[in-house]
Design a protein. Structure first.
Length: 713
């Protein structure tokens, strides 16, 4: 038990010594190793001192549990392990320090007795000989090392011992600078009978590294390259065959030589060196090493390695929470090597980060716009550009730069998974663009929009959500700007018959367009029949249809708007009795659609009455309050316009200042005065807003300026 406890401490100390070369705090690991080894040496010394007395007692009074031979074996094992512990302690000191030399010498002296006592056929004898040879080599007593090593009969040794003896033989020759004799060894097998030794692998690595340094001194570049590759391959074999611990020790040997090399041109070794610096938390040095390796890789036209090393350098910044620097490095890398398969992905990561910042830091928005333009410019094809164009379109849309938004959205490919949502935005932006143009230019732009969506639905075999949204947008544009109702019906029917079957939501949306087209072409009975069919479905589909009709009405000519409004009024009257069991939220949406439909149908008084009741019942509903304000403001009646001004002032008072909704409410107050004929009051309100809050950041800035211009004439 005493021996086992001492050996546990010795193993711990030896492990800590080896790990000290890997540890971030090397001195701390060495101190811990010495503490464990001292404890082991103390226990083994005490056991060695006590064993003769124990053996003498056994001779006078034999015991059943341990024989004299077994106790003698324990004694020799104790002497061996004590010597080994002394050597391990000596190795915690560097170079030619006196503590190191004294420790090795003490180890050798402790081995004299067991070498003399032990049978040479005993496996432990080989371990003792190896320890003695190692110690002589450390003291540069190479002749003595060879002499003691020759005491083992190699032919009778176990495979494990044969391999370890060969490793020590190689190291002795290496210490004697007899490299040529190492290369001429008759037996260079790395395994015997399936057994291998990490010691032998490590010894050969030491040979390769020695030859690397020698070739460097001789300025033999070809040999240097050969030995670098051989060393790297052997390190990989050690890690694969003997595990991560031995692999790490092999890497450290390699890295130590690489760090002293003046002609280091093997990228794999440079990368391992940089990885080691990173593991030791020498982060600035790691970055420098990664970047130096990347530059060298570029010189060798190895783009893959250059990209990987630059990326690892950026990852170091991320590891110390320098996110902005990390993102800057990613952007720089993506632009520096734009043709690498991962460059667009890295660049998009930067875009995503800035996109998240915009809500809290509006001042970074110009950077976002710049990044998106940059992405589209460098990667016009590929899986990331569709997302970039979508975000780019959204930014232009927020700026009401409709032409740019249209251009960005229209470039999104059919493969984009959210194409249906993108095409909805594209249609909306195209409508906004058309509405601000003069009649001739608007017609030309409408033709372009129709042509674009028509191209998207040509020769479709398997209908995707984006394809069917393109059909809805095309039909809507044909109805709104071309009066091509029959063509709209035709493309909707064609898509409805395609595979896979359309979703219920698409059917509801397309039904709204079909109803409008049928009614516009005088096919009222067919329109009513379609409404009846929808009436047999779920009430949720009814409200979807009404909301779709509302959207169409808000975007159509006055004549079509009135037709849609009348159709809505008729539909609501037809279905109203069937919604009594629906919840309050559904009924509120239903009544809101009723009020809107009355407004579109030209029944202003009824619309205002409906909205007034809704607004009174739902004082906190922004959409209802704004709907009431809009219907009042659209009236030609002076009393209604005065009520509109009051309503929009209330809305402004309940809206966060300087928000888009707040600026919209302020504009509508001024517009109310303008429509009442009070132009001076309208101008005063806008000028006051300019002086106090300012309108430069208002989304509807141009509307304010246009209204101010009209009021000042």
């Amino acid at each position: 038990m005493r021996l086992q406890g001492a050996l546990a401490e010795k193993s711990k100390g030896e492990l800590l010594r080896h790990e000290s070369a890997i540890a971030i705090d090397q001195q701390k690991a060495i101190d811990a190793s010495r503490t464990a080894l001292r404890a082991a040496i103390r226990s083994l010394t005490e056991l060695e001192r006590d064993l003769p007395g124990i053996i003498a007692k056994l001779n006078s009074a034999p015991r059943d549990d341990l024989s004299e031979a077994e106790l003698l074996s324990v004694q020799i094992n104790t002497q061996y392990h004590l010597a080994h512990a002394l050597l391990q302690q000596a190795l915690t000191y560097g170079g030619n320090q006196s503590d190191r030399l004294l420790g090795v010498d003490r180890c050798l002296k402790r081995l004299d007795a067991p070498i003399a006592q032990l049978d040479e056929r005993d496996e432990l004898f080989g371990d003792i000989v190896l320890l003695a040879a190692h110690s002589h080599r450390l003291l540069s007593q190479l002749g003595d090392a060879v002499q003691v090593l020759n005491r083992v009969d190699v032919d009778k040794a176990s495979p494990r011992l044969q391999l370890r003896l060969r490793a020590e033989q190689i190291r002795i020759l290496l210490a004697a600078k007899k490299v040529s004799e190492i290369q001429s060894l008759s037996d260079k097998r790395m395994t015997i009978g399936g057994v291998s030794s990490p010691d032998l692998f490590m010894a050969w690595l030491e040979v390769f590294l020695h030859e690397w340094r020698a070739a460097e001194d001789a300025m033999n570049e070809e040999k240097v390259d050969q030995m670098q590759k051989a060393s790297l391959q052997l390190v990989s074999q050690i890690k694969q065959r003997h595990g991560s611990y031995w692999g790490r020790r092999a890497e450290l040997l390699l890295i130590n030589v690489a760090g002293q090399s003046s002609t280091m041109n093997n990228l794999a070794i440079i990368e391992k060196t940089a990885d080691d610096l990173f593991k030791r938390e020498q982060l600035d040095e790691a970055i420098a090493a990664y970047r130096a390796g990347a530059v060298q890789a570029e010189q060798q036209e190895d783009t893959q390695s250059a990209f990987r090393l630059y990326y690892k350098a950026a990852q170091v910044d991320l590891s110390r929470d320098e996110t902005e620097r990390y993102l800057a490095q990613l952007r720089q890398l993506a632009l520096h090597i734009p043709k690498h398969e991962y460059s667009p992905t890295l660049h998009l990561i930067v875009v995503q980060h800035v996109l998240k910042q915009v809500n809290e830091q509006p001042e970074v928005r110009p950077l976002l716009v710049e990044l998106l333009s940059e992405h589209v410019q460098h990667w016009s094809q590929g899986p990331t550009v569709d997302q970039a164009r979508t975000w780019q379109g959204l930014q232009y849309q927020q700026d009401q730069a409709w032409d740019r938004a249209v251009f960005a959205y229209s470039k999104v490919s059919r493969d984009f998974r959210q194409l249906d949502k993108v095409l909805k935005q594209l249609e909306s932006c195209w409508v906004a663009l058309i509405e601000q143009l003069d009649e001739q230019t608007a017609d030309e732009q409408a033709d372009r929009a129709v042509e674009h969506f028509a191209m998207r639905v040509m020769d479709i075999e398997q209908w995707q959500p984006g394809d069917r949204q393109a059909v809805l947008s095309l039909a809507s544009l044909l109805i709104r700007y071309k009066g091509s109702y029959q063509q709209a019906l035709s493309i909707i029917n064609q898509s409805a018959e395609g595979l896979p079957e359309p979703t219920a939501g698409w059917v509801a949306s397309s039904s709204s367009l079909r109803i409008v087209a049928l009614a516009a072409t005088g096919q009222q009975s067919e329109a009513n029949e379609l409404i009846e069919q929808l009436g047999n479905g779920e009430p949720s589909r009814w409200i979807e249809m009404l909301e779709q009709l509302t959207m169409l009405a808000s975007q159509s000519s006055m004549e079509i708007t009135k037709r849609i409004g009348a159709l809505q009024v008729e539909t609501i009257e037809l279905l109203s009795k069937r919604i009594e069991s629906e919840d309050d939220d559904f009924k509120r949406r239903w009544e809101f659609q009723r009020a809107l439909s009355l407004s579109y149908a030209g029944q202003t008084d009824k619309a205002i009455a409906s909205f007034k009741q809704l607004a009174t019942q739902n004082p906190k509903s922004g959409i209802i309050q704004r709907g009431y304000g809009n219907v009042l403001l659209d009236s030609e009646n002076g009393e209604y316009l005065k009520q509109a001004i009051l309503q929009w002032r209330r809305i402004a008072g309940n809206t966060p200042p300087e928000s888009a909704a707040w600026f919209s409410a302020k504009y509508n107050v001024a517009l109310g005065y303008f429509r009442l004929g009070q132009k001076d009051e309208c101008a005063t309100r806008i000028k006051y807003l300019q002086v106090t809050t300012g309108i430069d950041k208002a989304p509807n800035k141009n509307d304010f300026l246009e209204l101010l211009g009209k009021s000042s004439r």
